[in-house]
Design a protein around this ligand. Structure first.
Ligand SMILES: [Zn+2]
Length: 361
């Protein structure tokens, strides 16, 4: 097990192999530089997805699967874009399938997505896998479906039984191809602005020491928790969350972004960071401190923070999800000031968003 972690800071080697923490408030894939990832609370994503489902009154699992499936296919294509076809052929065969499966399951454990094992595997026709403590079943099912479909170049179907303690996921290839429109949800990511976030880095693995200070990784269970709060944290590709949000919006309508903001603000107000106890009122310094974890989570770089009597204005460079961040700023504001407040934000087209909260009443 010693080989699985950095000897100095203790962060799993796979985390270092998978991701780079940049000085612009983003975390990107080490070998797929165009891919951004975030660390996000498992129950934060679940609060939003379950909240949307409750509000509209029906199960959105299939929409989530579809969003994840498309993003996973796109991610694999980006990752393998520069790999010569001859080398791809070496991996894409019966002999390599098993080690690849093992590698994927291990990557999933390192990302905190739960611990899985293959129960049944039939070359070219599908597989059955059991997972202990998946953080979200439709997200995991969509990831697996996208990976298997891309590997075999055929469409498939996914089904599951069980719950979030233990789930059995079955993928069957060659099923009814109800989804072929891969390009529709390809998110167009805005440019990234430079930043001057200065991390204190581990002398051995060069990851920010904030990563090992903030999180604890249980590699056997596939669970990562934030030390301060004990809450489970997962590493996800932002394209996949964008893809799920976009799929929800295109299926269910324009009220989805507002719903995300509201659900996120509820979540943040109900789960304030411990540091919030140090402040009696919210001023600019307090807000800056309470947004300080955005950088290590890869959600963006809060560069301007101004809180006044009547509201708050926050500019975040390289934001991950304007809706989530607007919800977060609103939630922090309401937790301290109470009452009614509105939030507005500029869409991120040039690498930043400006979020404005106004007290209204
Ligand atoms: Zn280290």
């Amino acid at each position: 097990m010693g080989l699985e972690r950095c000897g100095f800071c203790g962060v799993p080697i796979y985390v270092r192999l998978a991701a780079s923490w940049n000085d612009d408030g983003t975390v990107t894939g080490r070998y797929a530089r165009g891919t951004r990832v975030v660390q996000i609370y498992a129950d934060e994503i679940n609060h939003i997805l379950e909240g949307i489902s409750e509000r509209i009154g029906h199960d959105i699992s299939r929409i989530i699967v579809e969003g994840e499936r498309k993003a996973t296919i796109q991610f694999n294509r980006d990752l393998l874009r520069n790999v010569p076809p001859a080398l791809k052929a070496v991996f894409n065969n019966r002999v390599m399938a098993r080690p690849l499966n093992r590698f994927l399951l291990r990557s999933a454990r390192n990302a905190g997505l739960g611990s899985g094992r293959i129960v049944e595997y039939r070359w070219g026709s599908g597989l059955v896998a059991d997972f202990e403590r998946p953080f979200n079943i439709p997200v995991l099912a969509g990831d697996m479906l996208g990976t298997v479909e891309e590997f075999y170049g055929q469409s498939g179907e996914v089904a599951w039984t069980g719950d979030t303690r233990r789930v059995r996921i079955t993928i069957t290839l060659g099923g009814r191809a109800s989804h072929v429109d891969e390009e529709r949800l390809r998110p167009v990511l805005p440019p990234t602005l430079p930043g001057d976030v200065e991390y204190e880095r581990c002398p051995r693995c060069h990851l920010p020491l904030d990563v090992s200070r903030s999180y604890e990784f249980d590699l056997a269970k596939g669970i990562a928790v934030e030390k301060e709060t004990g809450r489970r944290i997962v590493t996800v590709i932002i394209d996949s969350l964008y893809s799920v949000f976009q799929e929800l919006e295109s299926e269910l309508g324009e009220e989805i972004p507002e719903m995300i903001v509201e659900l996120e603000s509820q979540y943040v107000a109900a789960n304030l960071p411990c540091a919030a106890r140090c402040f009696e009122d919210l001023d600019s310094d307090a807000m800056r401190l309470l947004l300080g974890d955005l950088k290590v989570k890869g959600m963006g770089n809060p560069v301007d923070v101004e809180v006044s009597g009547g509201g708050a204005v926050v500019r975040i460079d390289n934001p991950f999800s304007e809706e989530l961040l607007a919800g977060r700023v609103l939630g922090l504001y309401k937790a301290f000031r109470g009452g009614v407040a509105d939030v507005d934000w500029t869409p991120d087209t040039e690498g930043f968003t400006v979020i404005e909260v106004k007290a209204s009443g």
